[in-house]
Design a binder for this molecule. Structure first.
Ligand code: ATP
Length: 380
């Protein structure tokens, strides 16, 4: 079986009063591109550093391919780290930077030449082997750092915001390259980032973290389309949260009251009752002319239209005072709406998800009383 299987159990680490990592459980399977995503200070770097061995856990366990690595020093772990700051040696050329670790391991001449050549080819730097780091772009320097880590053939590559210092265009290009590279070498990549787009585009699975804890783990599609908490819904993508009263429902479905309007939600915590938060992704919100009729519609006014090139983002203030955003894909024509006009928003039931963290406590009385009253209204 391929190596690179990480099992983290009940891992914690504090710094003084700050609980940087709070009893987390994570598993990275061999050959997967796993990202830890969250805002600054959520504990992702501390977790990565504990896997690398640069920090000791206060409690908990890290198994690498079934072996407890707690007492294994960093340089003896089959793990290498690539940092945001490239940390390559300025006085050595590209070839010697990549060869450095192998020379320390006293690898034979022929093997060294073969492995350095292969690593440089992987990151497409063969032609620049004789250059010094000062003669390279930021992206090329990061490729040297990658080659230097990969040449040691680790079971796991840890990457701590490795693209953070690059400009947006280069970052996009390197995201594609990194994903291809990971598929080529087939080892486990554990990637730390606060950039949701980066995590969504490259990862097989993502752990979304907040305040030292794991909020949700899933594929990019799951964490984006099926967020379970308000935090995940808000952190991934445009914040499009709606406050509502969950008043009744059948299993798998709940009836929400937003002002005087009733909406059906089929996603998330549909059994919650009382004050809840719902998420709806802007691309699922359909903007319609005022007066459009049918279920799951609320009226509002277009507050602002933001042209994004591939789409136009409409910010709509509902008559209840809340705002929601709708993404209208570009079709080469100006959008059919103007700022200030009255519109109707259609929120499809399967796109409306009730999320945790919105104060959705059970309120059985309200459920029965209001539920019975409103169910009739919804069918009307
Ligand atoms: P960033 O993206 O900013 O690096 P992060 O999610 O990686 O954030 P960590 O670096 O893991 O977060 O930090 C988690 C918490 O622990 C933060 O509150 C941070 O200030 C604190 N912390 C981290 N390292 C230390 C340290 N060496 N001494 C004291 N506090 C620390």
């Amino acid at each position: 079986m391929a190596g690179g299987h990480i099992q983290i159990t009940d891992l914690s680490r504090s710094y003084g009063d700050v609980l940087a990592v709070n009893h987390i459980d994570l598993e990275m399977v061999p050959g997967e591109f796993f990202s830890m995503l969250g805002p600054s200070g959520c504990g992702k770097t501390t977790t990565l550093r504990m896997i690398a061995g640069f920090e000791d856990p206060d409690s908990g366990q890290i198994l690498l391919d079934g072996v407890d690595i707690r007492h294994t020093p960093p340089h003896k772990r089959p793990v290498n780290t690539v940092f945001q700051a490239y940390m390559i040696f300025p006085h050595l050329d590209v070839y010697e930077n990549v060869a450095f670790g192998l020379r320390r391991q006293r690898v034979g001449k022929d093997e060294l030449r073969r492995r350095v050549g292969a690593a440089l080819e992987l990151v497409q730097l063969e032609a620049l082997a004789k250059r010094k780091p000062s003669q390279l772009s930021g992206g090329q320097q990061q490729r040297v750092a990658l080659a230097r880590a990969l040449v040691l053939e680790p079971a796991v590559l840890l990457l701590d915001e490795p693209l953070g210092a690059l400009d947006a265009k280069l970052r996009h290009q390197l995201q594609d390259e990194l994903k291809t590279l990971q598929q080529t070498v087939g080892i486990t990549f554990v990637y730390v980032t606060h950039d949701q787009e980066e995590a969504l585009t490259m990862s097989d699975r993502i752990a979304v973290m907040s305040h030292g804890a794991v909020e949700q783990i899933g594929t990019p599609r799951e964490v984006y389309d099926e967020p379970t908490t308000e935090f995940v819904a808000d952190f991934l993508g445009i914040s499009n949260l709606l406050s509502a009263q969950a008043v009744s429902g059948v299993p798998g479905e709940c009836l929400l009251r937003v002002g005087e309007f009733l909406l059906t939600a089929r996603g998330g915590e549909t059994a919650a009752r009382g004050q809840v938060k719902c998420v709806v992704r802007p691309e699922r919100v359909n903007l319609e002319p005022a007066g459009a009729t049918g279920h799951n519609r609320v009226p509002g006014t277009v507050e602002r239209l933001v042209y994004l090139g591939s789409a136009t983002r409409a910010i709509v203030r509902l008559d209840t005072g809340q705002t929601l955003q709708s993404l209208i894909p570009s079709d080469g024509q100006p959008v059919a709406f103007e700022e200030g006009i009255a519109v109707q928003l259609e929120l499809p039931a399967d796109a409306l998800r009730v999320v945790k963290g919105g104060g959705g406590a059970a309120a059985p009385q309200a459920e029965h009383v209001l539920g019975d009253q409103l169910e009739g209204a919804a069918d009307a």
